[in-house]
Design a protein around this ligand. Structure first.
Ligand code: MN
Length: 470
């Protein structure tokens, strides 16, 4: 299980009895949090550190431990912060500074100087906060009694983001074909992506996938068709087209497992040897949390996988979406989002139908795809763009709405939403910020999650919400 190290800070001045009490109280807090956060992540009392060597040893150990996704530090007593400098300089894992106490209430009747010296996080945590700020350590500060539900929730959110970052570092992203010719916003610096996020982004020939498709057996295809029948409504007589997509999905699954890939892209400009653009196949795979970006959009694909990991223990839907077209009646403006085929069924409000229709682009056979109406609810849309000097996240609050009327002639799955704070402000802000037409939409994650992600990875984030003014 992935875990967070819980480290208490102290010093030598107080004597062994106080240090034993600090260690006992710190273990109490760690054990309580462990019970609250399991099974998503463990919280392990690691040490009470008293000087530079111990602080450095523990933060180096946390940095090297592959199961450790982050570190929680808490100063039960005063802990002179020069002792943290070397350790914090060596720390490679996300840091949560927990500003709490072992006691909730002040014991007015009995409080004396011994109690004050033992329980002085108000004092010690300010000293620790200063050195973090002085060193420029990107961290989360959570304030509150550790048993309060809001405190636990804030730690849980940090754990979700930290777990996603741990997953991100080392994730492989496969590009079948390259970026769609001439498209700017989907392109990016793959070397910088690996330095910043750990995304190992590599090109694969679509022929590598075609050879896997050609080796899929009828028996494997039958099994996949049975899975489709259990989840979706077969609304086509063109079963051969659906079986073709089943073969693509089986081949993609084999490829993903063999290459240990967390996210992938394809492009309709490079489908040599495939008779259809993968539609149903990609849609069904996206629902499992594997990242996908069309037209070679590796950034959206990888971001989707990371956001799915972040949302793994939450309710809600997370996947790639594309801005498409608008309703512009004044006061009733709405956006209709979809894609040529690849909309994840996690967004389905009704049981998805498998349909087969011609595709007006790419010159391939009619592809099978899932068609459904979209869910309602509060969501965020997140786009990552490469500004040349840095990556930028554009994160907009949106409101997913029920489509006002049926769209019987539209052969793709769709979501509709309202832009905040209002259509003109929100859309203009997105465009000024350089946000892409591809985004990851999530009803499980919030602006606060993405702000923390941006802070911990030290990149820029532009938020568009109910308070946005141009
Ligand atoms: Mn697109």
């Amino acid at each position: 299980m992935k875990k967070l190290y819980f480290i208490a800070g102290s010093q030598d001045l107080y004597g062994e009895a106080v240090l034993r009490q600090v260690a006992k109280d710190a273990k109490d807090i760690a054990d309580f949090l462990n019970g609250q956060l399991a099974p998503a992540v463990g919280v392990e009392y690691a040490a009470t550190v008293r000087d530079s060597d111990e602080a450095e040893d523990m933060l180096v150990k946390a940095s090297a431990d592959k199961d450790c996704v982050g570190v929680i530090c808490w100063m039960h007593t005063f802990s002179p912060a020069k002792m943290w400098i070397r350790g914090l300089q060596a720390l490679k894992k996300p840091l949560l500074h927990l500003h709490t106490q072992h006691n909730e209430k002040l014991p007015y009747e009995t409080i004396d100087m011994d109690f004050m010296n033992l329980n002085q996080s108000a004092h010690g945590d300010r000293e620790f906060g200063f050195i973090c700020t002085r060193l420029g350590v990107k961290r989360e500060v959570v304030v509150g009694y550790y048993k309060h539900p809001e405190t636990v929730e804030a730690i849980r959110k940090f754990a979700d983001v930290a777990t996603a970052l741990n997953f991100s570092h080392g994730m492989k992203v496969a590009m079948f074909g390259n970026n769609m010719r001439d498209v700017a916003v989907t392109d990016g610096d793959r070397v910088e992506s690996e330095i910043r996020y750990g995304w190992n982004v590599n090109y694969y020939a679509v022929g590598d996938l075609v050879s896997l498709v050609n080796s899929v057996t009828e028996e494997e295809t039958d099994k996949k068709m049975a899975q489709y029948a259990a989840k979706y409504t077969m609304a086509t007589d063109n079963i051969a087209s659906v079986r073709e997509q089943a073969r693509y999905e089986i081949a993609l699954e084999k490829f993903i497992e063999k290459e240990r890939v967390g996210a992938f892209t394809d492009t309709f400009q490079d489908l040599y040897g495939l008779r259809q653009l993968p539609g149903l196949a990609v849609q069904d795979i996206m629902a499992s949390g594997i990242g996908f970006g069309p037209e070679g959009d590796y950034k959206t694909s990888a971001l989707m996988a990371v956001m799915c990991k972040m949302a793994e223990n939450r309710k809600g839907a997370t996947a790639f979406m594309e801005d498409y077209t608008y309703e512009l009646t004044p006061g009733e403006e709405k956006e209709l989002a979809a894609h040529m085929l690849e909309v994840s069924p996690v967004f389905a409000a009704n049981k998805p139908e498998i349909q087969v229709h011609p595709l007006g682009i790419g010159g391939k056979e009619d592809p099978a795809r899932l068609v459904f109406d979209g869910i309602e609810g509060d969501a965020i849309a997140v786009s990552m763009v490469d500004m040349g000097t840095h990556f930028r996240l554009v994160c907009a609050k949106i409101q997913l709405i029920k489509q006002p009327k049926p769209m019987p002639a539209l052969p793709v799955a769709r979501l509709m939403w309202k832009i905040l704070p209002d259509f003109k402000t929100g859309a203009a802000a997105w465009i000024y910020a350089g946000g892409a037409h591809h985004a990851v939409v999530s009803t499980a994650l919030t602006v606060e999650d993405m702000k923390l992600f941006a802070r911990l990875t030290d990149i820029e984030i532009i938020v568009i919400d109910e308070n946005t003014r141009l």
